[in-house]
Design a binder for this molecule. Structure first.
Ligand code: ZN
Ligand code: FE
Length: 251
């Protein structure tokens, strides 16, 4: 399976997996036009769509794609049923598409019904985990999102984080505003700046990288706790996670 990303809107990525026969799987097509162009340019045949949640920048292109390719199977959580989903999936489901098996992982937080799809080594995590950050809490609580992060953190280190937005640089700036001396953060921020200066993508990231540079995965980190406790007296990782998310909202 070969991984491709298509840019859409300001900072969205639509991920496409294609196999050696030119069949493909499309993840979160918020816009149909760039997907149709890529499919035509490569002579791919779309087999299925995977949807992580109901927001328009993730599902907006589904109906048009279905019109063009009526046989498409659209997998998504219940909250996407009126967006074109014709196969509702739930936490723990295994879905076979082409030769590949995808596991469905419920990750509430950004929305209540948000799910991720994992097929080793690819994790399509929508707006749950971003490189260096996490999704906004539109429907769920910080506790929901914390639990979702713990689930994703159980995946292997070589898991590729295929998230739906190019937010890495702003996440690194935020992280450095908290832990300005952190070597890993500084090194990664430099790398991200170089990539963005050339308009290159910073994705996919890997879980191994995220464990080092994503503060939302470092809620047990001694340096982070010490820093935060100059302002507060939070100890529990869940509390630190919530504090970070609130700080980021105001950043
Ligand atoms: Zn969203
Ligand atoms: Fe989004």
């Amino acid at each position: 399976m070969n991984l491709n990303s298509i840019s859409a809107f300001q900072d969205n990525y639509i991920w496409v997996l294609n196999d050696e026969h030119g069949k493909c799987i499309i993840v979160d097509p918020g816009d149909a036009q760039p997907v149709l162009k890529t499919i035509e340019d490569n002579h791919w045949q779309p087999e299925a769509i995977l949807l992580t949640h109901h927001h328009n920048d993730h599902v907006g292109g589904v109906k048009e794609l279905l019109k063009k390719f009526p046989g498409l199977v659209v997998y998504g959580p219940e909250e996407t049923q009126d967006k074109g989903t014709n196969r509702v999936v739930r936490d723990g489901d295994k879905v076979n598409i082409l030769k590949y098996e995808f596991s469905v992982i419920a990750t509430p937080g950004h929305t209540l019904g948000h799910i991720c799809f994992y097929s080793k080594p690819y994790l399509f995590c929508g707006d749950t985990m971003f490189s260096g950050g996490c999704g906004r809490l539109f429907e769920g609580t910080a506790e929901n999102m914390y639990d979702s992060f713990q689930k994703l953190n159980k995946l292997p280190a070589d898991t590729l984080i295929c998230c739906a937005h190019e937010y890495t640089l702003s996440n690194m700036k935020f992280s450095l505003s908290i832990l300005s001396d952190d070597e890993e953060l500084n090194r990664y921020c430099r790398k991200v700046k170089e990539l963005r200066a050339k308009n290159h993508s910073t994705l996919p990231s890997s879980l191994a990288i995220e464990r080092k540079i994503n503060l939302f995965l470092r809620t047990n980190d001694v340096d982070l706790k010490e820093k935060i406790n100059k302002e507060t007296s939070l100890q529990q990782p869940q509390q630190i996670f919530a504090w970070l998310r609130a700080k980021k909202d105001a950043f």
